[in-house]
Design a protein around this ligand. Structure first.
Ligand code: RTP
Ligand code: MG
Length: 147
């Protein structure tokens, strides 16, 4: 089953949107297999955003993502990488459509609430950057058993 790394950024944690974001991902039908509230180190942030190292906003990006706790998650499901990015909405807040997480809640491109891996290759790298293998849980959901 496909897995992706998703993270509520410091602005989302500060604004109390962790529950809302988790709710949307759960409602879509994805399965949460790992999660933790954590503060990212500068080294971890620089690795996470290494593709942007030459961009003018790189310094700000690293300062922002390390500025407070984030809620790091691993979700799995069919096509979860692409579909979760659709739920997130476009990077630029001016393009993020209503109905998406960024479209409904984000006011600034630099504070756009949520990160999601953009390819299978980056999903593997990012999951390994934030989680140890033993922090991921394998379980079957059996709704009938609990109702
Ligand atoms: P993310 O990596 O955070 O999930 O966001 P993304 O894939 O949608 O966007 P990406 O192109 O990877 O950019 C990473 C983050 O950098 C900030 N950004 N600022 N000032 C700018 O023009 C600009 N462009 C990007 C955003 O916070 C974006 O999420
Ligand atoms: Mg990105």
């Amino acid at each position: 089953m496909e897995k992706t790394f998703l993270m509520v950024k410091p602005d989302g944690v500060q604004r109390g949107l962790v529950g809302e974001i988790v709710k949307r991902l759960e409602s879509k039908g994805f399965q949460l297999v790992g999660a933790k509230l954590m503060t990212i180190s500068k080294e971890q942030a620089e690795k996470h955003y290494s593709e942007h190292v030459s961009k003018p906003f790189f310094g700000e990006l690293v300062d922002f993502i390390t500025s407070g706790p984030v809620f790091a998650m691993v979700w799995q499901g069919d096509q979860v990488i692409t579909l979760s990015r659709t739920l997130m909405g476009k990077t630029n807040v001016l393009d993020a459509q209503p109905g998406t997480i960024r479209g409904d809640f984000a006011l600034h491109t630099g504070m756009n609430l949520i990160h999601g891996s953009d390819s299978p290759e980056s999903a593997v790298i990012e999951i390994n950057n934030f989680f140890k293998p033993e922090e991921l849980v394998t379980y079957t959901r059996d709704i009938q058993k609990w109702m």
